[in-house]
Design a protein around this ligand. Sequence first.
Ligand code: PMP
Length: 372
Amino acid sequence: MSAWNTWAERELAGLRAINRYRETVPFDGDGPEGKLRDRRLVSFASNDYLGLASHPQVKLAAIAAIERFGTGAMASRLIVGTRSLHVELESLLAEWNHSERSLVFSSGYAANLGVLTTLGETDVTLFSDELNHASIIDGCRLAKARTLIYRHLDLQHLQILLRQTPGRKIVVTESVFSMDGDTAPLPALAQLCSEHGALLILDNAHAALGPKLAPTRDLEVLHVGTLSKTLGSLGGFVAGSSRLIELLVNRARTFIFTTGLSPADTAAAAAAVRICRSEEGDHLRARLRALIDMIRPGHPSAIVPIVLGEDAAALAAAAELREAGIHVPAIRPPTVPKGTARLRVALSASHTEAMVRSLQAALANLTCINSN
Ligand code: PMP
Protein backbone atom coordinates (compact mmCIF):
# COMPACT_ATOMS: atom_id res chain seq x y z
CA MET A 1 0.00 0.00 0.00
CA SER A 2 1.30 3.49 -0.81
CA ALA A 3 2.00 5.88 2.04
CA TRP A 4 -1.13 7.83 1.07
CA ASN A 5 -3.31 4.75 1.26
CA THR A 6 -1.80 3.70 4.59
CA TRP A 7 -2.58 7.15 5.90
CA ALA A 8 -6.18 7.01 4.53
CA GLU A 9 -6.68 3.58 6.10
CA ARG A 10 -5.56 4.90 9.50
CA GLU A 11 -7.87 7.92 9.22
CA LEU A 12 -10.83 5.69 8.30
CA ALA A 13 -10.10 3.34 11.22
CA GLY A 14 -10.14 6.40 13.49
CA LEU A 15 -13.57 7.42 12.16
CA ARG A 16 -14.92 3.88 12.67
CA ALA A 17 -13.61 3.83 16.25
CA ILE A 18 -15.63 6.93 17.15
CA ASN A 19 -18.82 6.03 15.22
CA ARG A 20 -18.22 8.75 12.62
CA TYR A 21 -17.60 6.51 9.62
CA ARG A 22 -20.09 7.09 6.79
CA GLU A 23 -20.85 5.49 3.48
CA THR A 24 -23.19 6.02 0.55
CA VAL A 25 -25.86 3.33 0.42
CA PRO A 26 -28.27 3.15 -2.53
CA PHE A 27 -31.92 3.73 -1.67
CA ASP A 28 -33.82 2.80 -4.81
CA GLY A 29 -37.37 4.01 -5.18
CA ASP A 30 -39.55 6.77 -6.56
CA GLY A 31 -41.07 8.51 -3.54
CA PRO A 32 -40.83 7.54 0.13
CA GLU A 33 -40.89 3.76 -0.44
CA GLY A 34 -37.72 2.10 -1.58
CA LYS A 35 -35.16 -0.63 -1.15
CA LEU A 36 -32.13 -0.19 1.09
CA ARG A 37 -29.72 -3.15 1.39
CA ASP A 38 -32.45 -5.50 0.06
CA ARG A 39 -34.99 -4.36 2.64
CA ARG A 40 -38.15 -2.51 1.66
CA LEU A 41 -38.37 0.61 3.80
CA VAL A 42 -40.41 3.76 4.10
CA SER A 43 -38.04 6.70 4.19
CA PHE A 44 -38.43 9.73 6.42
CA ALA A 45 -35.04 10.94 5.32
CA SER A 46 -35.48 12.94 2.12
CA ASN A 47 -35.96 16.66 1.60
CA ASP A 48 -38.66 16.13 -1.03
CA TYR A 49 -41.09 18.00 1.23
CA LEU A 50 -44.00 18.31 -1.19
CA GLY A 51 -43.35 15.07 -3.09
CA LEU A 52 -42.62 16.98 -6.30
CA ALA A 53 -39.61 14.81 -7.26
CA SER A 54 -42.14 12.13 -8.25
CA HIS A 55 -44.87 14.42 -9.59
CA PRO A 56 -46.00 13.38 -13.10
CA GLN A 57 -45.97 16.96 -14.43
CA VAL A 58 -42.46 17.58 -13.12
CA LYS A 59 -41.22 14.33 -14.68
CA LEU A 60 -42.86 15.14 -18.01
CA ALA A 61 -41.30 18.61 -18.06
CA ALA A 62 -37.84 17.07 -17.57
CA ILE A 63 -38.43 14.49 -20.32
CA ALA A 64 -39.69 17.15 -22.75
CA ALA A 65 -36.64 19.33 -22.05
CA ILE A 66 -34.28 16.44 -22.81
CA GLU A 67 -36.11 15.75 -26.09
CA ARG A 68 -35.83 19.38 -27.11
CA PHE A 69 -32.42 20.47 -25.75
CA GLY A 70 -30.48 17.26 -25.03
CA THR A 71 -29.03 16.16 -21.71
CA GLY A 72 -26.39 18.77 -20.90
CA ALA A 73 -25.96 22.55 -21.05
CA MET A 74 -22.62 21.89 -22.78
CA ALA A 75 -20.91 25.09 -21.56
CA SER A 76 -20.84 27.59 -18.74
CA ARG A 77 -23.73 30.03 -18.65
CA LEU A 78 -21.67 33.01 -19.91
CA ILE A 79 -20.30 31.09 -22.89
CA VAL A 80 -23.07 29.16 -24.64
CA GLY A 81 -24.66 27.31 -21.68
CA THR A 82 -27.74 29.49 -21.25
CA ARG A 83 -31.05 28.18 -22.66
CA SER A 84 -34.39 29.93 -22.69
CA LEU A 85 -35.29 27.40 -19.95
CA HIS A 86 -32.83 29.09 -17.56
CA VAL A 87 -34.24 32.52 -18.32
CA GLU A 88 -37.78 31.28 -17.77
CA LEU A 89 -36.89 29.57 -14.47
CA GLU A 90 -35.00 32.64 -13.23
CA SER A 91 -37.95 34.86 -13.93
CA LEU A 92 -40.34 32.45 -12.15
CA LEU A 93 -38.04 32.26 -9.12
CA ALA A 94 -37.71 36.06 -8.98
CA GLU A 95 -41.48 36.51 -9.03
CA TRP A 96 -42.00 33.77 -6.44
CA ASN A 97 -39.53 35.50 -4.11
CA HIS A 98 -40.93 39.00 -4.70
CA SER A 99 -37.57 40.01 -6.14
CA GLU A 100 -36.51 41.88 -9.26
CA ARG A 101 -34.25 39.16 -10.55
CA SER A 102 -32.79 35.75 -9.73
CA LEU A 103 -29.82 33.65 -10.79
CA VAL A 104 -29.61 29.87 -10.88
CA PHE A 105 -26.50 28.01 -9.64
CA SER A 106 -25.60 24.34 -9.98
CA SER A 107 -26.49 23.71 -6.30
CA GLY A 108 -27.65 25.52 -3.19
CA TYR A 109 -24.12 24.96 -1.88
CA ALA A 110 -22.70 26.83 -4.88
CA ALA A 111 -25.29 29.59 -4.47
CA ASN A 112 -24.23 30.26 -0.86
CA LEU A 113 -20.54 30.18 -1.77
CA GLY A 114 -21.14 32.50 -4.72
CA VAL A 115 -23.16 35.13 -2.90
CA LEU A 116 -21.01 35.21 0.25
CA THR A 117 -17.68 35.41 -1.59
CA THR A 118 -18.96 38.05 -4.01
CA LEU A 119 -20.46 40.36 -1.39
CA GLY A 120 -18.15 39.54 1.51
CA GLU A 121 -15.34 41.92 0.57
CA THR A 122 -12.54 42.99 2.96
CA ASP A 123 -14.44 46.00 4.32
CA VAL A 124 -17.52 43.90 5.17
CA THR A 125 -18.41 42.06 8.39
CA LEU A 126 -20.52 38.91 8.07
CA PHE A 127 -22.80 37.97 10.99
CA SER A 128 -23.67 34.29 10.88
CA ASP A 129 -25.98 32.19 13.13
CA GLU A 130 -23.95 29.52 14.93
CA LEU A 131 -26.09 26.70 13.52
CA ASN A 132 -25.96 27.81 9.88
CA HIS A 133 -25.43 25.13 7.22
CA ALA A 134 -21.96 24.04 6.09
CA SER A 135 -22.39 25.87 2.76
CA ILE A 136 -22.85 29.17 4.64
CA ILE A 137 -19.91 28.39 6.92
CA ASP A 138 -17.72 27.60 3.93
CA GLY A 139 -18.92 30.74 2.09
CA CYS A 140 -17.96 32.85 5.13
CA ARG A 141 -14.57 31.13 5.34
CA LEU A 142 -13.84 31.72 1.65
CA ALA A 143 -14.98 35.36 1.73
CA LYS A 144 -12.42 38.07 2.44
CA ALA A 145 -14.78 39.59 5.02
CA ARG A 146 -14.43 39.07 8.77
CA THR A 147 -17.11 36.74 10.21
CA LEU A 148 -18.75 37.09 13.63
CA ILE A 149 -20.86 34.19 14.87
CA TYR A 150 -23.95 34.98 16.93
CA ARG A 151 -25.69 32.53 19.26
CA HIS A 152 -28.43 30.48 17.61
CA LEU A 153 -31.51 32.68 16.98
CA ASP A 154 -30.30 35.11 19.66
CA LEU A 155 -31.23 38.53 18.25
CA GLN A 156 -30.03 40.30 21.38
CA HIS A 157 -26.58 38.88 20.84
CA LEU A 158 -26.75 39.84 17.17
CA GLN A 159 -27.81 43.36 18.11
CA ILE A 160 -24.84 43.78 20.46
CA LEU A 161 -22.45 42.64 17.73
CA LEU A 162 -24.07 44.88 15.10
CA ARG A 163 -23.82 47.89 17.44
CA GLN A 164 -20.14 47.28 18.09
CA THR A 165 -19.26 46.95 14.40
CA PRO A 166 -18.71 49.86 12.02
CA GLY A 167 -18.80 49.57 8.22
CA ARG A 168 -20.76 47.42 5.79
CA LYS A 169 -22.63 44.50 7.35
CA ILE A 170 -24.30 41.33 6.13
CA VAL A 171 -26.46 39.09 8.34
CA VAL A 172 -26.81 35.53 7.05
CA THR A 173 -29.21 32.93 8.43
CA GLU A 174 -31.33 29.97 7.49
CA SER A 175 -35.04 30.69 7.75
CA VAL A 176 -35.70 27.03 8.72
CA PHE A 177 -32.71 25.29 10.30
CA SER A 178 -31.82 22.07 8.57
CA MET A 179 -31.09 19.87 11.58
CA ASP A 180 -33.41 21.35 14.24
CA GLY A 181 -36.38 22.40 12.12
CA ASP A 182 -36.73 25.60 14.15
CA THR A 183 -37.34 28.94 12.43
CA ALA A 184 -35.80 32.41 12.45
CA PRO A 185 -38.03 35.28 13.67
CA LEU A 186 -38.07 37.02 10.30
CA PRO A 187 -39.95 40.28 11.04
CA ALA A 188 -37.74 41.06 14.07
CA LEU A 189 -34.61 40.08 12.15
CA ALA A 190 -35.62 42.27 9.20
CA GLN A 191 -36.25 45.19 11.59
CA LEU A 192 -32.83 44.74 13.21
CA CYS A 193 -31.06 44.56 9.85
CA SER A 194 -32.76 47.69 8.55
CA GLU A 195 -31.93 49.60 11.78
CA HIS A 196 -28.26 48.74 11.28
CA GLY A 197 -28.23 49.12 7.50
CA ALA A 198 -27.24 45.45 7.18
CA LEU A 199 -27.98 43.38 4.12
CA LEU A 200 -29.91 40.22 5.01
CA ILE A 201 -29.14 36.91 3.29
CA LEU A 202 -31.87 34.38 4.00
CA ASP A 203 -31.30 30.74 3.16
CA ASN A 204 -34.78 29.31 2.56
CA ALA A 205 -33.61 25.81 1.59
CA HIS A 206 -35.93 24.03 4.05
CA ALA A 207 -38.77 26.56 4.16
CA ALA A 208 -41.37 24.32 2.51
CA LEU A 209 -44.12 25.89 4.64
CA GLY A 210 -42.54 29.28 5.19
CA PRO A 211 -41.80 31.46 7.05
CA LYS A 212 -41.63 33.90 4.16
CA LEU A 213 -40.30 37.38 4.57
CA ALA A 214 -42.88 39.87 3.35
CA PRO A 215 -41.40 42.38 0.90
CA THR A 216 -39.89 45.06 3.13
CA ARG A 217 -38.91 48.63 2.29
CA ASP A 218 -35.67 49.95 3.78
CA LEU A 219 -34.17 46.46 3.77
CA GLU A 220 -31.85 44.94 1.19
CA VAL A 221 -32.48 41.21 1.18
CA LEU A 222 -31.18 38.31 -0.86
CA HIS A 223 -33.05 35.01 -0.84
CA VAL A 224 -30.94 31.89 -1.30
CA GLY A 225 -32.82 28.77 -2.22
CA THR A 226 -32.30 25.30 -3.54
CA LEU A 227 -34.02 23.53 -6.41
CA SER A 228 -33.07 20.22 -4.80
CA LYS A 229 -35.49 19.93 -1.89
CA THR A 230 -39.07 21.25 -2.12
CA LEU A 231 -38.66 21.68 -5.89
CA GLY A 232 -37.58 18.07 -6.41
CA SER A 233 -34.78 18.86 -8.88
CA LEU A 234 -31.11 19.82 -8.62
CA GLY A 235 -29.56 23.28 -8.35
CA GLY A 236 -29.77 26.46 -6.30
CA PHE A 237 -30.58 30.14 -6.76
CA VAL A 238 -30.22 33.63 -5.38
CA ALA A 239 -33.02 36.20 -5.76
CA GLY A 240 -32.77 39.92 -5.06
CA SER A 241 -32.29 43.33 -6.63
CA SER A 242 -31.36 43.50 -10.34
CA ARG A 243 -28.04 45.17 -9.58
CA LEU A 244 -26.90 42.67 -6.96
CA ILE A 245 -27.84 39.76 -9.22
CA GLU A 246 -26.04 41.41 -12.14
CA LEU A 247 -22.96 41.67 -9.95
CA LEU A 248 -23.22 37.95 -9.14
CA VAL A 249 -23.36 37.18 -12.87
CA ASN A 250 -20.11 39.08 -13.28
CA ARG A 251 -18.26 38.09 -10.12
CA ALA A 252 -19.58 34.89 -8.51
CA ARG A 253 -16.94 32.31 -9.31
CA THR A 254 -19.26 29.38 -8.49
CA PHE A 255 -21.58 30.73 -11.22
CA ILE A 256 -19.00 31.75 -13.82
CA PHE A 257 -16.62 28.80 -13.79
CA THR A 258 -19.02 25.89 -14.00
CA THR A 259 -21.36 24.39 -16.55
CA GLY A 260 -24.97 25.58 -16.71
CA LEU A 261 -27.74 23.59 -15.09
CA SER A 262 -28.94 20.71 -17.27
CA PRO A 263 -32.11 21.21 -19.35
CA ALA A 264 -33.92 18.42 -17.45
CA ASP A 265 -33.11 19.84 -14.01
CA THR A 266 -34.02 23.36 -15.12
CA ALA A 267 -37.37 22.39 -16.65
CA ALA A 268 -38.27 20.13 -13.70
CA ALA A 269 -37.61 22.99 -11.26
CA ALA A 270 -39.74 25.40 -13.34
CA ALA A 271 -42.64 22.92 -13.41
CA ALA A 272 -42.27 22.45 -9.63
CA VAL A 273 -42.33 26.22 -8.97
CA ARG A 274 -45.54 26.46 -11.02
CA ILE A 275 -47.12 23.73 -8.89
CA CYS A 276 -45.94 25.40 -5.65
CA ARG A 277 -47.64 28.62 -6.71
CA SER A 278 -50.91 26.93 -7.73
CA GLU A 279 -53.90 25.72 -5.75
CA GLU A 280 -52.34 22.27 -5.82
CA GLY A 281 -49.35 23.75 -3.97
CA ASP A 282 -51.70 25.05 -1.24
CA HIS A 283 -53.18 21.59 -1.04
CA LEU A 284 -49.80 19.87 -0.71
CA ARG A 285 -48.68 22.29 2.00
CA ALA A 286 -51.92 21.75 3.96
CA ARG A 287 -51.37 18.00 3.70
CA LEU A 288 -47.77 18.29 4.90
CA ARG A 289 -48.94 20.52 7.78
CA ALA A 290 -51.47 17.87 8.85
CA LEU A 291 -48.82 15.10 8.78
CA ILE A 292 -46.40 17.22 10.87
CA ASP A 293 -49.18 17.78 13.41
CA MET A 294 -49.61 14.01 13.77
CA ILE A 295 -46.00 13.72 14.97
CA ARG A 296 -45.50 17.04 16.77
CA PRO A 297 -48.51 19.37 16.85
CA GLY A 298 -47.69 22.96 15.92
CA HIS A 299 -44.04 22.23 15.04
CA PRO A 300 -43.01 24.95 12.57
CA SER A 301 -41.41 22.82 9.85
CA ALA A 302 -41.25 19.41 8.19
CA ILE A 303 -37.98 18.60 10.00
CA VAL A 304 -38.61 16.98 13.38
CA PRO A 305 -35.43 16.21 15.34
CA ILE A 306 -35.27 13.65 18.14
CA VAL A 307 -32.05 14.52 19.93
CA LEU A 308 -30.44 11.50 21.63
CA GLY A 309 -27.01 12.82 22.60
CA GLU A 310 -24.31 10.25 21.96
CA ASP A 311 -23.52 9.09 18.42
CA ALA A 312 -23.98 5.44 19.41
CA ALA A 313 -27.49 6.11 20.77
CA ALA A 314 -28.59 7.73 17.51
CA LEU A 315 -27.10 4.87 15.48
CA ALA A 316 -28.83 2.25 17.65
CA ALA A 317 -32.20 4.02 17.35
CA ALA A 318 -31.85 4.28 13.56
CA ALA A 319 -30.98 0.56 13.38
CA GLU A 320 -34.07 -0.34 15.45
CA LEU A 321 -36.29 1.73 13.18
CA ARG A 322 -34.86 -0.02 10.12
CA GLU A 323 -35.87 -3.34 11.68
CA ALA A 324 -39.41 -1.91 11.84
CA GLY A 325 -39.26 -1.03 8.12
CA ILE A 326 -38.58 2.68 8.59
CA HIS A 327 -35.58 4.68 7.44
CA VAL A 328 -34.77 7.69 9.61
CA PRO A 329 -31.15 8.78 9.46
CA ALA A 330 -28.92 9.17 12.50
CA ILE A 331 -27.30 12.59 12.21
CA ARG A 332 -23.94 12.91 13.92
CA PRO A 333 -21.20 15.51 14.31
CA PRO A 334 -19.83 17.36 12.42
CA THR A 335 -23.29 17.83 10.85
CA VAL A 336 -24.64 18.67 14.32
CA PRO A 337 -22.76 19.84 17.46
CA LYS A 338 -21.03 17.20 19.61
CA GLY A 339 -23.32 15.50 22.13
CA THR A 340 -26.46 16.28 20.09
CA ALA A 341 -26.56 13.27 17.75
CA ARG A 342 -30.14 12.71 16.71
CA LEU A 343 -32.74 11.08 14.57
CA ARG A 344 -33.86 13.56 11.92
CA VAL A 345 -37.41 12.83 10.82
CA ALA A 346 -38.33 14.64 7.61
CA LEU A 347 -41.97 14.55 6.58
CA SER A 348 -43.30 14.93 3.06
CA ALA A 349 -46.70 15.44 1.49
CA SER A 350 -45.95 12.17 -0.32
CA HIS A 351 -46.22 10.20 2.94
CA THR A 352 -49.57 8.59 3.66
CA GLU A 353 -51.23 8.84 7.06
CA ALA A 354 -50.67 5.10 7.48
CA MET A 355 -46.92 5.61 6.94
CA VAL A 356 -46.83 8.33 9.58
CA ARG A 357 -48.82 6.17 11.99
CA SER A 358 -46.30 3.35 11.60
CA LEU A 359 -43.49 5.83 12.25
CA GLN A 360 -45.28 6.96 15.42
CA ALA A 361 -45.65 3.36 16.58
CA ALA A 362 -42.03 2.52 15.81
CA LEU A 363 -40.79 5.59 17.70
CA ALA A 364 -42.96 4.70 20.70
CA ASN A 365 -41.51 1.18 20.66
CA LEU A 366 -37.85 2.18 20.50
CA THR A 367 -36.32 0.18 23.32
CA CYS A 368 -33.07 2.11 23.22
CA ILE A 369 -34.75 5.38 24.23
CA ASN A 370 -37.98 4.30 25.92
CA SER A 371 -36.57 1.62 28.20
CA ASN A 372 -36.31 3.65 31.43
N1 PMP B 1 -28.58 25.50 2.58
C1 PMP B 1 -29.10 24.67 3.49
C2 PMP B 1 -29.69 25.25 4.72
C3 PMP B 1 -29.08 23.28 3.28
O1 PMP B 1 -29.58 22.44 4.20
C4 PMP B 1 -28.52 22.77 2.09
C5 PMP B 1 -28.51 21.29 1.75
N2 PMP B 1 -28.60 20.40 2.74
C6 PMP B 1 -27.99 23.67 1.18
C7 PMP B 1 -28.03 25.02 1.44
C8 PMP B 1 -27.35 23.19 -0.08
O2 PMP B 1 -28.31 22.92 -1.03
P1 PMP B 1 -27.99 21.89 -2.23
O3 PMP B 1 -28.29 20.55 -1.69
O4 PMP B 1 -28.90 22.33 -3.32
O5 PMP B 1 -26.55 22.07 -2.55
